[in-house]
Design a protein around this ligand. Structure first.
Ligand code: ZN
Ligand code: ZN
Ligand code: ZN
Length: 758
């Protein structure tokens, strides 16, 4: 008798019904069951075609399944089987990965939802091939009693389907219907509207059509929705959530609707329609939608419906798209409790199924034809990222401060948590801690060997790391921010040798108590050497220079101009840069005396400074705003000015950013501001690429990569790619984890592998 153990993403993907079918085809007797986080198959008879069964197991497995390994062992026969059975799960057994991510409603369920029958217009319709997974699971193995669907005992008809191996709902754990499953309810504030179940969504759609704001509890959290073709409702959401300019994501009816307001490439179409259904950042076209959805930007985040409730809303409403922005405050966890949602004091479409693991929508931008994560969450988590280092430990990494994800590295599989957010907020920090324990539980990890955190002394993630290190009695490893960015890139490309990494972002603690963010590093997993950077510039007011970029402009220019000259420049070129004369005087004094004025090499701050200098943006109202608006502004210009970039070689290569800003300032007299913006971006990209190339050639290194939040700027990354590839070197970018700080935990975990345990 043979026992076959299949590891991988094999639970919750229709794997057992698939095994059942091929076992029957090949005359196999025995059973299949979920065991811990693998699937166990016993083949009890000899008179069957076992080899062909194995081949089919490997090659014909269901679309959502991903097999990591199949082990066959000969075991002693203990029982006779007269047929092939699907048995109840057992808890023991340990395996590799576990669940697939949440899956968008499938074509078959969608069709059924609009056909007269017992699930007619029922928003929670699912089958083995679709529906929530990660967001509802409480424990392993993946059985109904271990999900939040245990609150809804199946009715007789659902149970019959669930037990019928030939049915597409066979062992579909979240299956339900109007009679036994969860329901939607419509509220206004705390007050429940008296509606028949089948009228709830219809009535909600009517409210939307009338221009109301509707909070919608969905799969992984809660969105705020409204129509997109008129300004007033969009402005109403901005007011309600105090979001001045932050771009809203939208959900479009279908691809055709998207083509009426955005450009679509084949790659983007494929992403949008995949079962993962991420938000894809597209380039805008025409003026179909309200300009207040993504103000001052050339692109817009769009997704397609992924849950029954979304399709039903579009069924009742004529809009091409709906605003679908998260209802929580930026950086905080998504709302999952109805009580929380009611505090919004708007109409609320809520359901009574608990969301166990909140999960934000994933966001992807296609850069040079390559999908790049801005946020890796719903539809991707909890899938593992395979790395090729030799690691036998369990390593936990906690990210930096903003856009945090946690990472559990177990052997050569890295499990990244869902998007957590800004951990300077206490709620978010608590969410991080929960998510960490969830990673540990779901991956059946006993004990943690090392914990990796940022080098920053005061980040909340570092404090949490210290607490967990004493709890698990393990070593705490502090990782330099930009080194971690580059290592995350090396890890996802399985790079073994050294590379030259360009790490560009807004903010990262250097090894020398200064702020870094425009770095050229020579890296392997365990070590790095700082070979080049942008020049240090004073940032008067510290964090205030991030919020009000005109401060950064004066800080950088102060390396060339006197205080008196700076004053003139501010008055002529930074008209709205300061609230009043007094603020300007204070900033100049800070620059002069170095008071409350840290120094920084951040490329984010340089782009912000150019943004202010060209009157594009004087205040950052959301993360990255001045630089994002500069990118959009430059998108409409031509890089036809050639700015001269001074690169000095002292202890390392230093790129003179003050000199660039001086040229930008002077160009304002004669040139189109859009052309200046485009040219300045390219000049700085080329300078960084040049430094990286010089280092690579000198050190005989063949690969250069770019990481960090500024790597979302398509113009900058394209220019780097062109220059580096022209030199005959290989250029790599992120495809599996975000370039920004959402990917940093992967880098930290890998760095920790190379640090001694004690
Ligand atoms: Zn389905
Ligand atoms: Zn039912
Ligand atoms: Zn960073």
């Amino acid at each position: 008798m043979k026992r076959v153990t299949v590891k991988g993403i094999v639970q919750g993907v229709g794997f057992r019904p698939f095994v059942y079918r091929i076992a029957k085809e090949h005359g196999i007797k025995g059973y299949v069951k979920n065991a811990g986080n693998s699937v166990e198959i016993v083949v009890a008879n000899e008179d069957c075609d076992f080899e062909r069964f194995l081949r089919d197991l490997r090659s014909k497995s269901p679309p959502l399944a991903k097999i990591y390994s199949i082990d066959v062992e000969e075991v002693r026969k203990e029982e006779e089987y007269d047929d092939f059975y699907v048995l109840k799960s057992s808890v023991e057994g340990s395996g590799e990965s576990i669940l697939p991510p949440d899956v968008a409603i499938c074509e078959e369920c969608l069709r059924e939802m609009f056909e007269k029958g017992r699930r007619y217009l029922y928003p929670f319709i699912v089958c083995m091939n679709c529906g929530p997974r990660f967001t509802i699971i409480e424990d392993l193995p993946y059985d109904r009693e271990n999900t939040t669907m245990r609150d809804f005992p199946m009715c007789r008809l659902c149970e019959e389907e669930y037990n019928d191996p030939m049915d597409r709902r066979f062992r579909a754990e979240p299956t339900c219907c109007w009679d036994c499953g969860p329901r939607y309810f419509l509220y206004h504030g705390k007050e429940k509207l008296d509606l028949k179940p089948e009228e709830v969504i219809k009535e909600s759609a009517k409210l939307l059509a009338e221009g109301e704001i509707l909070a919608i509890k969905g799969i992984g959290g809660t969105h705020l929705a409204t129509i997109t073709t008129e300004d007033e409702p969009v402005l109403k959401i901005r007011k309600l959530r105090r979001r001045k300019n932050k771009p809203f994501a939208i959900m479009a009816r279908d691809l055709q609707a998207i083509e009426s307001f955005a450009f679509l490439s084949e790659v983007e179409k494929e992403l949008l329609t995949s079962f993962r259904r991420p938000i894809v950042v597209l380039k805008k076209k025409g003026e179909v939608l309200s300009k207040y959805i993504a103000p001052n930007l050339h692109n817009i985040g769009v997704m397609l419906p992924y849950a029954g409730v979304h399709y039903l809303l579009f069924y009742y409403i004529e809009e091409p798209a709906l605003v679908m922005t998260s209802a929580n405050a930026p950086g905080e966890p998504m709302f999952i409790e109805n009580e929380e949602i009611f505090t919004l004091k708007c109409y609320a479409l809520v359901h009574n199924r608990r969301i166990k693991n909140r999960c934000d929508d994933s966001v992807i931008k296609v850069i040079n034809g390559k999908p790049t994560f801005i946020r890796r969450s719903r539809g991707y988590v909890p899938e593992a990222i395979e790395v090729s280092v030799d690691n036998r430990e369990n390593i936990l990494a906690l990210g930096a401060e903003e856009m945090v994800t946690a990472c559990l590295l177990k052997g050569n599989k890295a499990f990244l948590s869902q998007h957590i957010g800004d951990t300077s907020k206490l709620k978010t920090l608590e969410f991080l801690e929960d998510a960490v324990y969830n990673l540990i539980r779901m991956n059946k990890v006993e004990g943690i060997d090392k914990i990796a955190v940022d080098l920053h002394p005061y980040f909340n993630t570092v404090k949490l790391g210290e607490k967990l290190a004493s709890k698990f009695n393990c070593k705490l490893i502090r990782c330099q921010h930009h080194h971690a960015h580059i290592v995350s890139l090396m890890a996802e490309h399985n790079i073994k040798e050294k590379i030259v990494g360009i790490a560009i972002d807004g903010f990262g603690y250097g090894g020398d108590k200064t702020w870094w963010g425009g770095e050229v590093l020579l890296c392997d997993y365990g070590n790095y050497k700082r070979m080049g950077s942008l020049a240090y510039s004073p940032m008067p007011g510290g964090d205030l220079a991030t919020r009000f970029p005109a401060r950064a402009t004066l800080g950088i220019l102060s390396k060339i101009y006197s205080i008196e000259e700076l004053k003139e420049i501010a008055k002529k070129h930074l008209i709205n840069g300061f609230r009043n004369e007094r603020e300007l005087e204070l900033v100049l004094m800070q620059i002069e005396r170095g008071f409350n004025t840290p120094i920084s090499t951040s490329l984010g701050r340089v782009l912000d400074a150019i943004s202010a200098l060209l009157n594009v943006c004087y205040e950052r109202t959301y993360e990255g705003e001045p630089a994002m608006r500069l990118e959009s502004f430059a998108f409409h210009g031509k890089a036809k000015l050639s700015f001269d970039m001074k690169i000095e070689k002292r202890e390392r290569y230093t790129i003179d950013t003050a000199y660039l800003l001086k040229q930008v300032l002077e160009a304002k007299e004669e040139h189109d501001f859009k052309d200046i913006a485009a040219s300045a971006q390219i000049a700085i990209a080329n300078a960084l690429a040049e430094v990286a190339t010089m280092v690579a050639k000198k050190k005989k290194i063949s690969t250069i990569g770019v990481s960090g939040g500024v790597a979302y700027n398509e113009a900058i990354v394209s220019a780097m790619r062109k220059k580096i590839e022209e030199e005959g070197l290989k250029f790599i970018t992120h495809t599996k984890v975000p370039c920004g700080d959402g990917g940093i935990s992967l880098g930290q975990a890998l760095m920790a592998v190379f640090v001694a345990k004690k």
